[in-house]
Design a protein around this ligand. Structure first.
Ligand SMILES: [Zn+2]
Ligand SMILES: [Zn+2]
Length: 553
């Protein structure tokens, strides 16, 4: 029903959208005042004669006419028009605490950010600070309220919920020693996006409920087999209950993709088992770990031969792709290098932004020369540890890199990435990427599609053709390990390996803490069956130098 609240909301949104679009502020203000007054009216507008509406407190002729339109048509044409001209993500920004229409206007029009995920990423890269009206505190608040908003929307990055899920799991294990309890579902399969954290439990439901209640986590839904609980974080925690005898079978059943489980059950029906390993051994199929239980095609592969030893976090020997405070990173190169040495990495690739990335303080030619001098000095100090001179060169609109050849030739390696004009047709995106791959100075293709998980689709890319081109030109494809990117998507890793293209798990670190993101790159890479032999950042220093040398030829 069209009540005063509904009508007031229409005017309030109209006013905000006008401000976001930078339209006449006098009119937008008058709609905001109308909204305020309509909410406070003692009578419902629908019950009034139409000629009495204009003239009510704070309602002029033009607003009055609009109210009558809303009553007749159930909508406000001027608002619909503005909504259709505004990206959905920009409208969503209105639900973020601390963001008013003026700030949203800056974010959209000046920063060219059109969704909350992009905005969150921009905050993490410290980009808001470069714009008028945004301080460190605002940036922090915006970041926190976007995270809150996402938590409430029902999908989460694996990295966002990992420590929460494991924290609860470890507490449960401590409280119920020797009892059967297992994390399962998409979390156990290491999926990059998680909708709920799932457990299989042979611990009685009352014990679990009591335990969770003591931790401020309450039941919000239940069906025959499972209960869903939520704490303050609002992440659904799903517990399915079973008996100790059925535990392992249930654990298996819940840690496969639906397609995988279906295929397995048709081939090898299981009634009972004492362990997951036994399910496979019984059929003479090599063990398929949960993270590989996606595409049923793996079943025949595992029948024919053991699956390869996939890469582990410990197999990463270097930080490739990192930003220092010379562009948009937080730490000095010295600090980044020291942290690498402490963590046992053999070398570090500093790849600050190139000059076209002005928003990220990209490096002009003279600063490149200065930076290289500093790196030479640090390399003397920290030998045998080595810092490599690199750049994350923007791939410009026409596919060329951001510097002339005589500058490009001063780097040890070049990471080429697209950062601007992300809205492209496939034809445009492919022309741009292929030209960059053909450039003899390109060593690594950075975050191939530009996607940001849960917030921005990448530009359309024919991945098969890109992989072919990378093979032809000896270009490595990055698996950007930032948990919001994970780009190249792991589904394409087997094809890249089959075609002889090397992958590089790179943290794209903007601070020392960013090194930890490697873990998420590795988890995704495992799903694509990447081995350390096929991963550039697993090369020893010696192997890496040899690789650079051969690339130069
Ligand atoms: Zn980048
Ligand atoms: Zn980067």
């Amino acid at each position: 029903m069209i009540d005063n609240y509904f009508i007031a909301d229409q005017f309030s949104l109209l006013s905000k959208l006008m401000d976001i679009h930078g339209e006449n502020s006098f009119r937008s203000k008058s709609y905001a005042i109308a909204a305020f007054n309509i909410e406070k009216l003692p009578v419902q507008l629908v019950t009034l004669p139409e000629d009495k509406i204009s003239g009510l407190k704070g309602i002029g002729d033009s607003t009055g006419k609009k109210i009558i339109d809303i009553i007749h048509q159930g909508k406000l044409a001027a608002l619909e028009d503005l909504v259709s001209k505004t990206p959905e993500g920009v409208i969503e920004m209105l639900s973020i605490k601390g963001l008013g229409p003026k700030k949203i206007n800056t974010i959209w029009k000046e920063m060219q950010v059109e969704s909350l995920g992009e905005l969150l990423y921009a905050c993490q890269e410290n980009r808001l600070l470069l714009y008028k009206g945004f301080g460190a505190k605002t940036q922090q608040n915006v970041m926190e309220s976007i995270e809150f908003y996402f938590r409430n929307k029902g999908s989460f990055l694996y990295a966002e919920i990992e420590s929460y899920a494991l924290g609860i799991h470890n507490e449960l294990i401590k409280s119920f020693p020797g009892q059967w309890l297992g994390l399962t579902g998409s979390f156990r399969r290491q999926n990059e996006i998680i909708n709920e954290v799932e457990w299989i439990s042979a611990i009685p439901e009352t014990s679990i409920s009591d335990f969770l209640k003591n931790h401020g986590i309450v039941q919000t839904a239940l069906d025959d087999e499972s209960h869903i609980y939520r704490g303050a974080e609002n992440i659904p925690l799903k517990f399915s209950f079973t008996t100790p005898e059925k535990f392992h079978l249930q654990l298996f059943n819940t840690s496969c993709s639906p397609e995988f489980l279906d295929a397995w059950q048709k081939k090898y029906p299981v009634k009972v088992t004492i362990s997951e390993e036994e399910i496979f051994a019984h059929q003479q199929v090599n063990f398929i770990p949960p993270f590989l239980r996606e595409d049923p095609a793996i079943i025949d592969k595992a029948f024919a031969s053991p699956l390869p030893d996939v890469i582990q976090t410990g197999d990463i020997k270097a930080i490739i792709h990192s930003h220092s405070n010379w562009s948009d990173g937080v730490n000095t190169i010295d600090e980044m290098a020291k942290a690498c040495i402490e963590k046992g990495f053999e070398y570090l690739v500093i790849s600050d932004h190139s000059k076209s990335a002005f928003y990220a303080n990209g490096l002009q030619e003279d600063r490149i020369r200065e930076q290289h001098k500093l790196i030479d000095e640090l390399n003397i100090r920290y030998a045998p540890f080595k810092i490599f001179k690199s750049i994350e060169s923007d791939i410009l609109n026409d596919g060329s890199l951001d510097y002339p050849d005589h500058i490009l030739s001063t780097f040890d390696l070049v990471i080429a990435s697209v950062h601007s004009n992300l809205k492209m047709t496939e034809e445009k995106a492919m022309t741009r990427l292929l030209k960059a791959i053909e450039n003899p100075y390109t060593t690594i293709l950075g975050h191939m599609t530009g996607r940001l998980l849960l917030s921005r689709n990448g530009y359309p890319v024919n991945t098969g053709i890109i992989i072919d081109a990378c093979r032809e030109h000896g270009v490595v494809i990055e698996l950007n390990a930032h948990p919001r990117r994970l780009d190249l998507d792991w589904h394409f890793i087997p094809e890249a390996i089959r075609k002889g293209v090397t992958i590089s798990i790179d943290p794209d670190a903007h601070s020392i803490d960013g090194y930890n993101d490697i873990r998420y790159g590795v988890l995704a890479a495992q799903k694509g069956m990447l081995t350390k032999e096929n991963n550039l950042s697993s090369y020893s220093l010696q192997q890496f130098e040899k690789f650079l040398l051969s690339k130069r030829k």
